[in-house]
Design a protein around this ligand. Structure first.
Ligand code: GNR
Ligand code: NI
Length: 174
């Protein structure tokens, strides 16, 4: 297992639309293991493959609290099959937008079909933080970041700050 560097915005790679996985084989499982390790180390509760530079439709998640046993979830080719009528607002963060948080409105509950770690077809119903997180991750697979749900003003403030932080970092290593 290996840690992978997480891409931060602004970066054109985060805007890529990820490609479906044809077969869940050992190579894909190995990638999912590395993604999970990277997510735990960050730490985060979800990670999309595109955030580590692999534009494939793969998500890992684990919403267990620190004092609870780990309960990872692997979703390959996830698709939202149902959304609730009512919305919920949640303060979101993103490992690709470090240190920035904002309230995002999304459907409060969703159903998602996907293939699991063994390539078996599954469906899950999510609400609360689960629903927020799985929608946030599926957005990544379509090149969408949580700031894309905000007003242009709020989005640009965050992206400008991240660009500035990136340039500052580049200066420090130069
Ligand atoms: O770790 C994460 N926490 C989080 C909190 C609220 C809403 C969404 C998330 S996902 C985020 C990790 C991440 O960036 N996944 O893409
Ligand atoms: Ni994210």
């Amino acid at each position: 297992m290996a840690l992978m560097p997480i891409i931060t915005a602004p970066d054109p790679r985060l805007k890529a639309v990820s490609k479906p996985v044809e077969t869940v084989d050992d190579e894909i499982r190995s990638l999912m293991d590395d993604m999970l390790e990277t997510m735990y180390a960050a730490p985060g509760i979800g990670l999309a493959a595109v955030q580590v530079g692999v534009a494939k439709r793969i998500i890992v998640m684990d919403l267990a609290k620190e004092d609870e046993p780990r309960s990872p979830l692997f979703l390959v080719n996830p698709e939202i099959t149902w959304v609730s009528d009512h919305d919920a607002s949640y303060e979101e963060g993103c490992l690709s937008l470090p240190e920035h948080y904002a309230e995002v409105v999304r459907p409060a509950a969703v159903k998602v079909s996907y293939q699991d770690y063994d390539g078996e077809q599954q469906e899950l119903e999510a609400e609360g933080l689960w629903a927020t997180c799985v929608q946030h991750e599926i957005d990544h697979l379509d090149g969408i970041l949580f700031v894309d749900h905000l007003t242009a003003l709020k989005r640009n403030i965050i992206l400008r700050k991240l660009l500035k932080a990136k340039k500052q970092k580049q200066k420090e290593v130069a």
